[in-house]
Design a protein around this ligand. Sequence first.
Ligand SMILES: *Cc1c(COP(=O)(O)O)cnc(C)c1O
Length: 430
Amino acid sequence: MSSSGKLAIEGGAPVRREPLPQEWCGAHYMDQEEVDAAVRVCKSKTLFRYYGLDLRNEVSKLEREFASYLGVKHALAVSSGTAALQVSLGALGIGPGDEVLVPGYFWVATVGAVVRAGAIPILVDCDDTFSMDPLDAARKITTRTKAILVVHMGGVIGRIKDLVELARRHELRVIEDCAQACGASQHGVKAGSWGDMAIFSFQMNKHMTSGEGGMVVTNDPRLYDRSFAVHDLGYPRNAAGRLVFDDPATQLWGIGCRMSELTGAVARVQLGKLDRITRAMRFAKNRIKQGLADLFSFREVLDPEGDGGSFLMTVFPAREQSLRFTEALRAEGIVAARDGLYPVHMDQWGLHIYYHVTSLVNKRGISAVSPWELAENRASADVSYAKGACPRLDDLLSRTMLMCVASVLTDKDVDDIITAYRKVGTAIHE
Ligand SMILES: *Cc1c(COP(=O)(O)O)cnc(C)c1O
């Protein structure tokens, strides 16, 4: 195969014919260990974390191991990342009358949690890291702002230090949505240990997975107690597992999003593999970037050594080029197996982009009265979520291609990706 020659899209020979491995980073690493963990729990006949015939405390152990991995005091396992977001907002007491700063590039669950809490999400534009721009965040702060919900998309952390400092100056809370950044770091500080609270997801498409599952972490014991109450029955439990009813600060309403022992046991095995998984993706991604640095521009990554590695974003000078490149690269056989979702042009990236979320653009709630119609939110209700609300992000998305970096790429896969990029890139630059 040569890097020159006729493009496959014009009838030439493609760089490769085998599809690339799919995303689903953690799933590729599953083996007998996860099987044994699941069997161990089933044999105990105790799939509930707080009591049973032969309680093995898998979820409690996962929480301790996860907290120790991150270097935080408290970790609370829940049933999903979406639930973890709801729990953290509940712990912080965020609701009607409050504004929460969110980025325009997120996952629908991020903004959905704010809306379901009855608060108003306020969009913040991005910078070249594709994460929140601290300068725009500062401009969006009002007397009603309660928290900054930072999202580390695609395994990369943006200007988190500046965002945390901004929040401290204005006495705002910081929640990190680390659903896509488990195991990522920046200059040695792990995702999830910067803010007041952080959430993780162990859904199928995340760095480590138990199919479904999530985690809430914090160093604050009060926020932990409130999180606990919200995740369970509305009250904390004492050391003996009995509910505690006499503390007004933790008399809440539970949403019943506990993690099962089955999930906990599998997630413990995956946590043990997390650094191997992210190392593989980071290594492949950085090798691809280095092999293309003379021809291409990529998303700004402040610390490539801490990159979670799961996604590569290639930024082109203009939209036309990015669309043509995406199509031509796919024709060269640089496409993920099965339904071939990746690579994908970023403004076609569904519920990851604010203006594609019609419930947001049209200000829907989950009951007849939406948060935007509540008297408490009157001062915030005029905000727009239509395309144009984040002009810098809109511009970047219009000329960026997103590719997943599978956790099991071989040296040959990486070489083929570089070869195909160069072949198409050279043709398009001519
Ligand atoms: C996946 C994801 C979530 C939600 O996690 P689930 O476990 O799927 O509920 C939240 N935020 C981001 C950024 C995500 O990628």
